[in-house]
Design a protein around this ligand. Structure first.
Ligand code: SF4
Ligand code: SF4
Length: 244
């Protein structure tokens, strides 16, 4: 059910406070044994935990905005349906999601990175014991934030489930700067996503199918981001079973 005020009302007032990065111990500031944090004792703490990892986080279900999905599609020159799969919007999570629920003729939808039959993101490439991302330069914010969990309404990054990712980051200026850049880009993307979904609602989107939304969104984003796509990307994908 679409709320009377529309799905964009699920995110009425996202605070404009700076991003807070939790759980990153600062090893450089330690002075004595009493200060020893887990960071000195736990082998999983590192300034570069992803460099030699099988990328188990890429088996997680990664939510993304339409804007982010189109960035991947444009960057890799593939159809947006090859990037995402649709799921029904979980009603109890609508106000905590990093994307805006999209009203369509078959209900409220959110987007996630497409998974392969093996149960991991379609862009994950495994090389021996390591995992590498085929969409690395274009990947969505939640991928950038791994292994942190991003809480949209609180504007915090905190360590995620160690069963998914055992790594823990040690504080560094470079890491924090990178995370803040990603967060700033996510804010722009999310802000555009709200306008996009609002315009879609006003165009009668709740009675229209996904394929029309995908075309509407692509043209909307291209007009604002100056992204261009080759003509063949306009052809709807026919991949069997990509929906839901
Ligand atoms: S976030 Fe964790 S699981 Fe993902 S690649 Fe980095 S170390 Fe590996
Ligand atoms: S886009 Fe890349 S980083 Fe994100 S889940 Fe897929 S393989 Fe992993």
């Amino acid at each position: 059910m679409v709320d009377a005020a529309g799905p964009t009302a699920f995110h009425p007032a996202v605070p404009r406070t700076p991003l807070v990065i939790l759980d990153t111990p600062d090893v450089a500031s330690l002075r004595g044994p009493a200060d020893l944090p887990r960071a000195r004792l736990d082998r999983y703490y590192s300034t570069e935990p992803c460099s030699n990892c099988a990328a188990s986080c890429c088996s997680a279900k990664v939510e993304l905005t339409t804007v982010e999905a189109l960035r991947v599609a444009h960057g890799l020159r593939i159809a947006v349906e090859a990037v995402v799969q649709r799921i029904d919007c979980p009603p109890n999570l609508a106000d905590r999601m990093a994307s805006v629920p999209i009203p369509l003729d078959d209900g409220l939808t959110v987007l996630r990175l497409r998974h392969s039959a093996a149960g991991a993101c379609v862009f994950l490439q495994r090389l021996l014991e390591q995992g590498r991302c085929a969409a690395h330069a274009h990947r969505p914010a939640l991928c950038h934030f791994f292994p942190f969990r991003f809480r949209v309404n609180e504007r915090t990054l905190s360590m995620g489930d160690p069963a998914v990712c055992p790594a823990r980051w040690v504080k560094s200026a470079a890491l924090e700067a990178a995370l803040r850049r990603v967060h700033a880009r996510w804010r722009r993307d999310f802000s555009d996503e709200k306008r996009l979904v609002r315009d879609w609602e006003r165009a009668g989107g709740a009675a229209r199918p996904w394929r029309e939304y995908a075309e509407f969104a692509a043209r909307w984003v291209e007009a604002r981001r100056k992204w261009t796509r080759p003509a063949w990307m306009l052809v709807p994908a026919t991949r069997a079973g990509w929906r839901k």
